[in-house]
Ligand binder design. Sequence first.
Ligand SMILES: [Zn+2]
Length: 257
Amino acid sequence: MDDFNSETDSDYTSYWRDWFISSRGNEYFCEIDEEYLTDRFNLTGLNTEVQYYQHALDLVTDVFDFDCDDDMREAIEKSARHLYGLVHARYIVTTRGLAKMLEKFKKSDFGKCPRVLCEAQPLLPMGQSDVANTSPVKLYCARCEDLYNPKSSRHAIIDGAYFGTSFHNILFQVYPAMLPPKSQRRYEPRVFGFRVHAAASLARWQADEREKMKERLRVARIETGFEDEDEEDEDDLGEEDEEMELADAFESAVVQH
Ligand SMILES: [Zn+2]
């Protein structure tokens, strides 16, 4: 690849990102636009975070033209993957990036929630830190609002900072229709049909508290996003003293055990 501008070479060299995206284990990444990668403004600060920054950037943008031995080439390759990940975290919160990740979300490219009552809700990748090398990527379920480890070990080692702590929340802000309805359904432990006492009474207490909270929100006309699963109990709790209520309920829940 001496001359990047020649027809054949550019056909060959325009594939680093294609290759990266289609490599096994990189299914969580979307393709970053060329224009985004070549705008220095978007890469501000990354030169201090990536070794062999300029060579790595050249590789990612398919203008790599540096004669080096295999070890060096490997080191640059590693840096290029790290650079791509860091830029990826920035790119996926842009309009274009969000749209690309939304398509992947719709296809369940990030997997589905393993919780039975979430009924195969598609997941979104997220980081628990925006700092690289802190913690690996986790998967967020918007239905149960919990985090899961990726099933595949290939995915489980990806740096969480390549997705960041905000992306999954921004996606639902930009595309609110994608937010699944909150489910109140929860598993209730039973032994031969009878509720297992301690866990069940705590669950009932939590369910009670949730009802009260929903009622308060209803009175305050705040949209909760909860599915309407229960129209039957119409307690009039809105005007009572909230603190007393909570203390009483907690006490009775504790006494029951
Ligand atoms: Zn879930």
